[in-house]
Ligand binder design. Structure first.
Ligand code: ADP
Length: 492
């Protein structure tokens, strides 16, 4: 009988479940899209019921597939969109408000207020994060303040909070387990990453009662058993890990110094810093990479707001490419970038600039500039932004010798090669596209002893292609100089 691990990957735009064999090979995928709600400018919500129903559906489809091929599922791992906030009634399991998604900016003023009161420093030193609506704390505060039933349930000790992982564990175990893992907890802005516990002082700042928070476990741990009413046969849940950290595990970034970048709509960089909590002087986030055997492994994290999104912009707004993949041949056929630089600051610039107020520009336009120059400049900008982030990590003391990449954009070979040239390091592209799901499956497998060590896990993370830097040093410096001139103009 073939043995499998199932991953549930509850993401921002879809819910997926994937059947992996014990070698980390994806065997079967089931996926359902997730509707996005934008009730007001800057607000983003999901329907928790849709999240749950789609999860149940994809999970059971994968279980059915396993049964059909006479397989045996040993364990389930969960990975999820991080920071997204839910509160529900312990007795009925009903959510009292929609899920407030990580992208939601409704608590901007509230966070600004806390900043003005001088709380940012203490919050940063304890949680590793910056005071921003992105994280769960201010979202929980909003629900407690604005949804009347919250106070009633709180008084009756019936109110529970969870990020999406916690909600799914609660539903899958039919209310038996209220838990999260350390990586998800570290994104709530309520978790003390040094002491590894909910922080009373921060809870007070955000006016959040501790009793609504889940129990924080290792990323490989016993998270309960699925209820028979949901999966017919019970399956143990042994791995839970936030999506970006899961991608790091799925890419084999398990040891100090290893770095992964996921290029999707945005891009997320995680550099494993081992057991050291590295405080960034360049506004990168300090976060928990994973926690196993009660030992915490930390990371530095940075993000690029617009990576694949800028290719979507070429396709959907400018309409100068038909498909995202066309950007590859067009860029390859251009002899040079013709001194055109595009800064895709559509929603401002993130680390290391942190200027949400600025907007994008194109520099160097001449009478000869054509659409192909714009396409190439857009792709190039992804590599330059990565350079700036890695530079910040280096300034924070990280020695990054190579990077591992995944996500939809890395299908573009030209971009991968250009990335290696600009970063001037080796770039490894992952063989498995679903690294996030793989990461949670590997955590679950570790939880039940299929994999005995981190080295064991890393053997399951395979490389598809290696890109080596080929560009002449002088040319590289010229390009970087052009980019930084454009950045200067953007920031003016
Ligand atoms: P997400 O998980 O954020 O939805 P994906 O990892 O699925 O994103 O990647 C999709 C993104 O990658 C889209 O923004 C798309 O424009 C971009 N993309 C996909 N294929 C290519 C390609 N060959 N070249 C450049 N960009 C691409």
């Amino acid at each position: 009988m073939k043995k499998f691990i199932v991953s549930i990957d509850q993401g921002t735009t879809s819910t997926r479940s994937i059947l992996f064999d014990l070698d980390g090979k994806p065997i079967f995928v089931s996926q359902k899209p997730l509707k996005q709600y934008y009730p007001k400018n800057g607000w983003v919500e999901h329907d928790p019921n849709e999240i749950w129903i789609s999860t149940k559906k994809v999970l059971n489809e994968v279980i059915n597939k396993s049964n059909k091929i006479k397989g045996k599922i040993l364990t389930i791992g969960i990975t999820n969109q991080r920071e997204t906030t839910l509160l529900w009634d312990k007795n009925t399991g009903k959510c009292i408000y929609n899920a407030i998604v990580w992208q939601d900016r409704r608590t901007f003023k509230y966070c600004q207020n806390l900043k003005n009161k001088g709380y940012e420093k203490i919050i940063n030193s304890k949680t590793g994060l910056v005071l921003d609506p992105y994280f769960s704390g201010s979202k929980i505060n909003w629900v407690l303040k604005n949804i009347p039933i919250a106070k009633v349930l709180l008084k009756k000790n019936r109110l529970l909070f969870g990020t999406i992982d916690t909600y799914l564990i609660w539903k899958l175990t039919k209310g038996k387990v209220h838990a999260t893992d350390a990586t998800n907890a570290s994104r709530t802005i309520l978790f003390n990453i040094k002491r590894n516990c909910w922080d009373n002082q921060i809870l007070k700042i955000f006016s959040i009662p501790k009793k609504i928070l889940p129990n924080v476990k290792n990323s490989s741990d016993n998270f309960g058993i699925t209820d028979k009413s949901i999966t017919k046969h019970p399956y143990p849940i042994n791995g839970v890990i936030g999506d970006q950290q899961a991608a790091a595990v799925g890419q084999g970034c398990l040891f100090k110094g290893s770095t992964k970048i996921t290029y999707g709509t945005g891009a997320f960089i995680i550099a494993n810093t081992g057991n050291a909590i590295v405080r960034s002087k360049n506004k990168l986030l300090t976060t928990i990479c994973f926690k196993i055997n009660n030992k915490t492994n930390y990371a530095l994290e940075g993000s690029i707001f617009n990576a694949g999104a800028s290719i979507q912009w070429l396709r959907d707004n400018l309409k100068i490419i038909k498909k995202a993949k066309n950007s590859e041949t067009i860029s390859k056929n251009q002899k040079s970038n013709n001194d055109i630089y595009l800064v895709p600051a559509f929603t401002g610039l993130g680390a290391p600039y942190w200027r949400p107020d600025v907007r994008g520009i194109i520099t160097g336009l001449t009478r000869n500039t054509n659409r192909n120059d714009i396409i190439r400049a857009t792709l190039e900008s992804v590599a330059y932004q990565t350079f700036d982030l890695l530079n910040s990590m280096r300034k924070d003391g990280q020695r990054i010798k190579n990077v591992k990449i995944d996500g939809g954009m890395v299908n573009n070979n030209w971009l991968c090669e250009f990335l290696s040239d600009i970063l001037d390091i080796i770039v490894f592209r992952s063989k498995v596209h679903e690294t996030t799901a793989l990461g949670s499956a590997l955590m679950a497998g570790y939880g039940i002893g299929i994999y005995k060590s981190l080295s064991d896990i890393s053997k399951k993370c395979r490389i598809d292609k290696t890109f080596r830097p080929k560009m002449r040093h002088k040319h590289r410096l010229k390009l970087l100089n052009g980019w930084h001139q454009a950045i200067k103009k953007t920031l003016r």
